[in-house]
Design a protein around this ligand. Structure first.
Ligand SMILES: N[C@@H](CCC(=O)N[C@@H](CS)C(=O)NCC(=O)O)C(=O)O
Length: 188
């Protein structure tokens, strides 16, 4: 379904879409459930934060997680994990400043912007990156991960595809739908 051989990807009655942030923004718009910001400007900011987390956080966070925990021990490279951690010093500062105002990324409530950014940043925390120097980020991330749908997604088996594609799993559950995952097209 995804020509890149990666997850997540969805097939919504024949409409196929890949890239987790795009999927989540689509699900938020389609199913509402309070996830989509109300104004065009706020929606643009949700897109901004989603692009931001993909460009500033995803790669180093994934490097930390893979090379500290997920890869078999003989394939781990501690230098890549440390480099990833180093690159994750600045982004939480930017996030902390934003969260200091309302406690959420866009407007006064939890939206798809928080879902997208928290799900990617959670990999960094899982990988042992210390976020305690950023009190607003620390508190906000803990709150996001305690939400009912996040808890539901987190109890899925550790190496299941829906656990790997955590942010989309959060969005699907939030939309009130079931997660049906198929790992067969993922390359490795
Ligand atoms: N930017 C993509 C990243 C997708 C991605 O890297 N997914 C990983 C799992 S977290 C994957 O499918 N890896 C399998 C592979 O690379 O072969 C997105 O957010 O959807």
């Amino acid at each position: 379904m995804n020509p890149n051989g990666r997850i997540p990807a969805i097939d919504d009655n024949g409409f196929k879409l890949w890239e987790s942030m795009a999927i989540n923004l689509y699900l938020a718009r389609k199913h509402g459930s309070g996830l989509l910001p109300k104004t065009m400007e706020d929606e643009a900011q949700a897109i901004q934060w989603s692009f931001w987390v993909m460009t500033e956080v995803e790669k180093p966070a994934l490097a930390v997680l893979l090379h500290r925990f997920f890869l078999p021990e003989d394939q781990r490279d501690s230098r890549l994990a440390d480099e990833g951690e180093q690159q994750l010093q600045k982004p939480p500062e930017v996030l902390d400043q934003r969260l200091a105002t309302t406690g959420y990324l866009v407007g006064p409530t939890f939206t798809v912007a928080d879902l997208n950014v928290a799900s990617v940043l959670s990999w960094a925390r899982m990988g042992g990156v210390d976020l305690s120097g950023f009190p607003h980020v620390d508190q906000w991330l803990a709150g996001c991960l305690k939400r009912r749908t996040a808890v539901k997604a987190c109890v899925l088996p550790l190496f299941s595809p829906s656990k790997c594609a955590a942010s989309t799993t959060f969005a699907v559950l939030h939309a009130g739908a079931e997660v049906v995952a198929d790992m067969s097209e993922v390359r490795h």
